[in-house]
Write a protein of this length. Structure first.
Length: 198
């Protein structure tokens, strides 16, 4: 394993662990992580994944701002649920993007596993978009995508990265459970305020 991949593994675990805890520090650590993996993926011909890291860079900057200023009265953003129409629209857009990107990558001789690479890139973008708004549904998408990435990275002999994505899957399950508790606590607090006012 090369040094860049190892650094990507370490920063990736730290970034996701911070996300599970709903810490704003997940975003700057994430910026370092995606910068490292852009280089790693480019070197092994996973072009969609390399490009995806650059999009993540922009989404990390947006998520950092959104989590710190996107909540009520410009404060911290609370955990919530994605509106159904946004969720359906986002997943439909991801499917269309996967088809378009897969068709494009299938024509690139150096592209490896173009259709799977494109599908996972699109799913990752959908999950990251949900995460920037602190919508709990991001974790379900991450679980599915991360499991599939484990197989892809084993096939590409990126074993440390495959192990990282296995850890990401475990962390995504932990994130789903932790964010569910936070959402339930927020709902219970809201009910208590309504009952006290009534």
């Amino acid at each position: 394993m090369e040094a860049l991949e190892l650094a990507g593994v370490v920063t990736g675990v730290v970034a996701v662990a911070l996300t599970v805890r709903r810490s704003l520090w997940c975003w700057p650590v994430g910026i370092v992580n995606v910068s490292l993996f852009a280089i790693v993926f480019w070197r092994v011909g996973l072009l969609a994944d390399a490009g995806l890291q650059l999009v993540y860079l922009a989404l990390c900057a947006y998520g950092w701002w959104q989590w710190s200023h996107g909540g009520p009265a410009g404060g911290e953003l609370p955990v919530g649920r994605a509106p159904r129409r946004i969720l359906v629209g986002l997943l439909a857009a991801a499917a269309l993007f996967a088809l378009a990107l897969g068709a494009l990558l299938a024509r690139v001789p150096s592209a490896s596993w173009p259709w799977l690479d494109a599908t996972l890139a699109a799913g990752s973008l959908a999950a990251q978009a949900l995460q920037t708004r602190k919508w709990i549904e991001n974790w379900a998408v991450w679980i599915a995508v991360d499991l599939a990435y484990v197989g892809l990275y084993v096939a590409k002999n990126l074993l440390a990265t495959a192990a990282l994505y296995a850890m990401f899957t475990v962390l995504a399950v932990a994130g789903l459970l932790a964010w569910r508790r936070a959402l339930a606590g927020r709902s219970a607090a809201g009910r208590a305020v309504v009952e006290a006012a009534g």
